[in-house]
Write a protein that binds this ligand. Sequence first.
Ligand code: GDG
Length: 483
Amino acid sequence: GSESAGTYGDSDFVVVANRLPVDRDASDPDQEWRTSPGGLVTAVAPVMKAQEGAWIGWTGVADVDFEPFTIDGMHLIPVTLTNEDVLRYYEGFSNATLWPLYHDVIAPPEYHRTWWEAYVRVNERFAAKVAEVAAESATVWVHDYQLQLVPQLLRRMRPDLRIGFFNHIPFPPFELFAQLPWRDEILRGLLGADLIGFQRPADAANFRRAVRGRLGYQTKGSTVTVPDSGDLPGHSVRAEAFPISIDTPYLEELAADPAIIERAAQIREEVGNPKVIMLGVDRMDYTKGIRHRLKAFGELLAEGRLNVEDIVLIQIATPSRERLEQYKIIRHDVELAVGRINGEQADIGSIAVHYLHHSYPRDEMTAFFIAADVMLVTALRDGMNLVAKEYVACRLHDDGALVLSEFAGAAEQLAGAVLVNPHDIGNLKAGILEAVQMDPKTRARRMRQMRKKVRTDTVSAWSKRFLSELDAIRDSPEAIVPE
Ligand code: GDG
């Protein structure tokens, strides 16, 4: 629409995500913003910096309006959430409805109409902000399950835009997705995009099956044909897998830093210089299988198959979504299990589980990865799991072993891992023992293979592939929307 061109914004590339890639220390009187951790940020920040685009998202502070600002070369545009939005849209619909539903109902999802209304309202607010800042024919990349209505809302307001959507978490099997009272609205919301990316081919297939089953649209290969509707012309949408990865060159650089290597040696000393250090790094979330991991480790110690003098488990569990009931429960269960294992198996001077419920700077995290002989990633369901890839990237000497859940997207990518079913405690114990006892030659062969994978498939390769496919779709003649 050239008549409204005067009101278009300046940004040719816009990333939209629930959160801006910054955080603020509540206890810091200067209230300085700093770059925040998390899967999405780790993945997209390098891309944003290279593109000089705008990032639209929430600051994490409720009920306060912030002006746009620039940090680390990223132009950030805050969207305001009220306290009620945080309770209903974010903690409610996003994290107590969609998150458990999309992760195989490991915890029971809750369906509340007031939460849905807030989800719609906040998605509209995000879409309106994008429509305001995006230049004519700009590329917009919408991220994750909190914003599934944005593509369609945006297409309606700004048909000139090229819209991509990436889902960071799994897309559930149709029989589970079908529980959602607003399943059709969610599908239509996503189908406003030109390209929808998922972590695994199975997630994309689940989505296309839901589209066929609920909306009756035709799909051919990865392409969905969306017919004309009252107010929108028909178009085609591609739904396919784009497995996310990590900033491998950056992690390799950290892993080669003498100060960080020295810190890794210091950590080993501080935990009593055991023969084997095992490590877990997760957000404190019921999807990550932390309880199952502890159960397996505790039984191996109790049965004398592992000896507390030879081995320690360092479990870093970063605080997450702490006001939600299911997250209070998982924290309680994990802390009970850690206390029980240490109470029964540890001794003065030889702790079995070092449990750390804080977040750490990236340098310190890297030192933990270097110190760990065995990495435990035992998620019950995980879109990808970047931690598994980060551990591999840090093993510059091709040593160390990775125990990896077959229910993490990363399992399809890291063929050298010891794959386990974390629901099967016997299998999990066998996997842990296999990793602990694996001979150095086998470790080296398997790690070399995995390192090759994360060196080729980096996060920048991932975003380049997504964005170039998005470009190609809108440029192909059959995708041009008739006037
Ligand atoms: C979602 C999906 C998907 C964690 N604690 C600290 C810290 N981290 C970093 C890790 C890693 C990231 O946060 C976590 O990413 P994951 O992939 O492991 O898991 P989710 O947070 O659940 O991420 C997931 C991801 O999105 C990307 O698409 O892979 O499946 O669930 O980078 O290292 N970083 C620092 N301190 C910490 O204490 N610095």
